[in-house]
Each structure stands twice: as structure tokens, then as C-alpha cells.
Design a protein around this ligand. Structure first.
Ligand code: NDP
Length: 258
């Protein structure tokens, strides 16, 4: 499996915490001596630099880790992202579109316009813009445009719930975009994959409640959520199948969350 990651460049959005951070570690642990290049992106650059240091400390110099400040909801920043990378990191093989958030729990008529825009601009437009940027790298590659795009959706995109209408709509949009793109690219060497988590204990709920940790903790009371590592293992699994194997769509949730 490590051999399949040999020399690859992997971009992860939202790598400063939670699932994105764990996914960076999981790739690094899977191929610690395989000249892997990890480009970790998020808005909190100091946190990202810390993640990069922790990975280097754990796995050593066999993995190159580059932290890059990037707000996926800003189309200009996304446009500048690939051209702004050092040349040796520009030949991207895998993109994990993980950056995402939920703002608030409220009935649809009460949701603030700003929160609606933040969720759509990040979870949907940001993911689409990143996908376009990286697809253009795949298409230019002389070996025939191989590459993986792994979108992190959510159980919320399949099972909408009251109080989460906008977030659920963003994740349904991710699902729909992913399926269309997969069908457009069928029989090419590009794989378009989706991993949909159920409840995972991360900073997600802290963001949902605008930083109120006690409200966030209450979400997990009496539950046994997944850990971000549980999702990271699946992301690395789908990225390391033989090139002809497409694990298109995966739903992972804790046993209590039926
Ligand atoms: P976290 O809040 O721990 O991580 C979210 C990450 O996204 C952070 O690294 C954050 O970094 C980044 N991010 C948010 N907005 C932006 C932006 N505009 N530009 C770039 N990066 C951004 O939550 P999770 O790890 O749980 O979430 C990861 C993904 O998993 C999301 O897409 C989420 O919807 C999905 N998911 C989570 C579930 C859960 O229960 N936790 C369930 C199902 C799906 P920074 O703030 O530094 O920019």
C-alpha cells in the first residue's frame, strides 16, 4: 500500500484540525519512507505549521510537509493556490476536499444570511473551485491525467434533519456534484470519490455553536462518536486501491447512529 503512494503529492484542505489533520497523519504514517509530499491547507496557518511539525517529528524526513494558508471560500485565493506552490509541490496526485463547516442550529426562516453564505461558499463553491484547480493539474500531466479527488460529504447530505437545512443542502450539493463529475470522467484515469462521515468528535460542533464549548460538548453527551482517525483510515484506504478500483462512495457512522 505504501508503494502506491510513492512520490505522490497530496493536498488536504482543512488540515488544521479534526478529520483533515488526522488524514494528513494517516497518509504520512502509511508511507513514511516513500518520498510523499503533503500540502496542508487551512486558514489558521500557525495551527497548520504546528501540525506539520508534529508530523515531521513522528515520521521523519521521508515525508515532506508544506503548510499553506488558504481560505477555500475565497475564489481568488483558490485561483492563486496551484501557481503559488513551490514547483516541486505542483504536480498534485490527490486532493482531499475536506474543509467544511456548519454555522448554527436554527429553523430555515431564522438562519442569518451571513451563515448561509459562509456554509455554501465553503462547503460547496470552495470544494468546486478547488476541484477545478486540481483537475487542470491532472489534465496537464504527461502520463495521461491520473489522479484522485476525495470529497468529504456527510450523512447530512443523505438524511436531512430539522435545524440543519442549509448544512444538509450543502452536503447534498457535494454529493450531487461528486456523482455528476464521476460520470463525466468515467473511463479516464481520474477517480472521483466521496467519503461521508456520521458523527465524529472534532472541532466541528464548537464551530457550529460559534465557539461555545459547553453547547458543543452537549452534542456528544450520551453518544459514542467516531474519532477523526476512523475517517482518516477510510480516506487513505480509498486513495490506495489499485488504479482500476473505484471505492466511489462510503458512509461511515458510529453504531448508535442508525
Ligand atoms: P473541524 O472543525 O475540526 O475541521 C474543519 C476544518 O476545515 C478545519 O481545519 C478548518 O480550518 C477548515 N476550514 C473551515 N473553513 C475553511 C475555509 N473557508 N477555508 C479553508 N479551510 C476551512 O471539523 P471536522 O474535521 O469534523 O470537519 C471536516 C469535514 O468533515 C467537514 O467538511 C465536515 O462538514 C465533515 N463532516 C464532519 C462530521 C462531524 O461529525 N465532525 C460529520 C460529517 C461530515 P481553519 O479554521 O484553520 O480554516
Amino acid at each position: 500500500v505504501a508503494k502506491r503512494l510513492e512520490g505522490k503529492t497530496i493536498v488536504i484542505t482543512g488540515a488544521s484540525s479534526g478529520i483533515g489533520r488526522s488524514t494528513a497523519f494517516e497518509f504520512a504514517r502509511t508511507a513514511p519512507a516513500n518520498n510523499l509530499k503533503l500540502v496542508l491547507t487551512a486558514r489558521r496557518i500557525e495551527t497548520l505549521k504546528g501540525v506539520a511539525q508534529q508530523i515531521r517529528a513522528e515520521v521523519g524526513e521521508g515525508v515532506q510537509v508544506l503548510p499553506v494558508k488558504l481560505d477555500v471560500s475565497n475564489p481568488e485565493e483558490v485561483r492563486a493556490f496551484v501557481p503559488g506552490l513551490p514547483e516541486e509541490f505542483r504536480d498534485i496526485n490527490v486532493l482531499v476536499n475536506n474543509a467544511g463547516l456548519v454555522k448554527g442550529v436554527a429553523k430555515a426562516p431564522e438562519i442569518a444570511e451571513e451563515d448561509i453564505n459562509t456554509m455554501f461558499n465553503t462547503n460547496v463553491t470552495g470544494l468546486i473551485n478547488m476541484t477545478q484547480a486540481v483537475l487542470s493539474v491532472f489534465k496537464k500531466r504527461s502520463e495521461g491525467g491520473a489522479g484522485d479527488i476525495i470529497n468529504i460529504g456527510s450523512i447530512a447530505g443523505r438524511e436531512p434533519y430539522p435545524g440543519g437545512s442549509i448544512y444538509c443542502a450543502t452536503k447534498a450539493a457535494v454529493r450531487s456534484f461528486t456523482e455528476s463529475l464521476r460520470k463525466e470522467l468515467i473511463a479516464t484515469r481520474i477517480r472521483i470519490l466521496e467519503v461521508d462521515p456520521g458523527q465524529v468528535e472534532t472541532e466541528f460542533s464548537v464551530v457550529r455553536f460559534y465557539g461555545d464549548k459547553s453547547k458543543a460538548d452537549a452534542v456528544y453527551a450520551g453518544c459514542d462518536p467516531l474519532t477523526p482517525d476512523d475517517i482518516a483510515e477510510v480516506v487513505v484506504f480509498v486513495a490506495t486501491r489499485r488504479e482500476n478500483v473505484v471505492v466511489a462512495d462510503t458512509l461511515i457512522f458510529p453504531n448508535h447512529q442508525a
